[in-house]
Design a protein around this ligand. Structure first.
Ligand code: NAD
Ligand code: WQD
Length: 355
């Protein structure tokens, strides 16, 4: 057991909360900061319930550098896993300044606070969206990036910022993890994705159709050059994804790691219709869907070549698509309203705010 702690920004969110569980199960000390704009404090309570361990949580905004410096002062932190950010592609086209400010300014302030606190190891949540419409499938990390929306550009710019920092100051280490399409939930059914409002993504929308909260799934386009005409994505189980972060942290303990990009995906693509059928099987009945026009901005195929992460991080996906669908249905059926009905805010003593 290491006495030093890992700081997890955005640790109350979907991927962050599942990663915190894996960190605690691996006997790492964890400190979470999250402003709870897209999550609920209940996720932290559930992490504690599942792991039977205490989590240190602060309601802190990454735009509040003074508050972050206070957290670094209170805890002996050796690495940061940086999930905090806004993530809705459509919303980012409507309010780009909010996205650039929250994601990019927030990350710069975090990096400054880390530097001032002598912490130089960072694992960053990037996204396959940085590849835009890729020319090669499966996608290798060497493919030039070319995000096509403000959200994706925040990820691309942050990657550049972290890379430049690692080049300028060789005591920094960074893993830029490009996630493909995270899906599924904790197998206990106690923790999962908790979308606020109408879900943008396929799997949470489909699971709300299954639970009766939404009438019918709209499938965006059936005229793509794919086996059944619908888009192909690489759906990665959230537990496998969480474990990828542990693997990246382990790598950081090696000397002279520097900065590297890694695709976190299964290497296997599925069409939208295949996902509907796989999830319907987990639910045990057919789910209503209709084909509609293409969604602007969607690309034909995003499938990872995960060989670099397999080799250098000694990590690979282990969960099957069936397990992913079953875990999602287990979570959704046990929590029809997600965490909506649970008491929301963090305890007063955990709030640090100088903004
Ligand atoms: P999420 O919204 O569930 O989690 C993000 C967390 O960050 C939330 O709890 C939110 O409250 C917090 N947050 C946002 N802005 C903050 C701020 N200024 N200060 C403090 N906390 C803040 O999202 P997620 O799906 O868990 O995604 C985590 C990260 O992974 C994000 O950076 C996202 O862009 C990236 N990512 C997600 C996906 C995906 O499909 N879910 C894919 C690729 C990359
Ligand atoms: C998957 C497929 C849709 C909803 C987004 C972000 C990406 C990353 C993951 C953060 C596509 C189709 C969807 C629906 C549908 N997030 N679909 N009906 O667009 O691959 O990726 O989330 O980094 O950056 O862009 O994921 O789940 O929205 O869509 O037919 O109601 O499902 O057209 O083919 P996407 P998604």
């Amino acid at each position: 057991m290491s006495d030093k702690a890992v700081l997890v920004t955005g640790g109350a969110g979907y991927i962050g909360s599942h990663t915190v569980i894996e960190l605690l199960n691996a006997n790492q000390n964890v400190v979470i900061i999250d402003n709870l704009t897209n999550s609920s404090y209940e996720a932290v309570r559930r992490i504690e319930k599942l792991t039977e361990k205490k989590v240190t949580f602060y309601k802190v905004d990454i735009l509040d550098k003074k508050a972050m410096l206070e957290v670094f002062k209170r805890h002996d932190i050796w690495a940061v896993i940086h999930f905090a950010g806004l993530k809705a592609v459509g919303e980012s086209t409507r309010i780009p300044l909010d996205y650039y400010h929250n994601n990019i300014t927030g990350t710069i302030l975090l990096l400054e606070a880390m530097k001032e606190s002598n912490v130089h190891n960072i694992v960053f949540s990037s996204s396959a969206t940085v590849y835009g419409d890729p020319a090669i499938i499966p996608i290798p990390e060497t493919l030039p990036t070319g995000a096509t929306n403000p959200y994706g550009r925040t990820k691309q710019f942050i990657e550049h910022i972290i890379r430049d920092l690692c080049t300028a100051e060789n005591n920094w280490n960074a893993a830029l993890l490009r996630y493909f399409n995270p899906a599924g939930a904790h197998p206990s059914g106690i923790l999962g994705e908790n979308p606020l409002g109408v879900p943008n993504n396929l799997m949470p929308y489909l699971s709300q159709v299954a639970i009766g909260k939404r009438e019918c799934l709209s499938v965006f386009g059936e005229d793509y050059d794919t086996p059944d005409g619908t888009c192909v994505r690489d759906y990665i189980n959230v537990i496998d994804l969480a474990k990828g972060h542990l693997a990246a942290l382990t790598k950081m303990r090696e000397p002279n790691v520097g900065c590297a990009e890694y695709n976190l995906g299964t290497g296997h693509g599925n069409t939208v219709l295949e996902m509907i059928h796989a999830f319907s099987k987990a639910v045990g009945r057919d789910l209503k869907y209709k084909i509609v026009a293409r969604r602007p901005g969607d690309v034909r195929n995003l499938t990872a070549n995960p060989e670099k992460a397999n080799k250098e991080l000694n990590w690979k996906c282990e969960k099957t698509l069936e397990e992913t669908c079953e875990s999602l249905w287990n979570w959704q059926s046990k929590n029809p309203n997600g965490l909506e009905d649970c008491p929301g805010d963090a305890p007063a003593e955990s709030i640090i705010c100088y903004l």
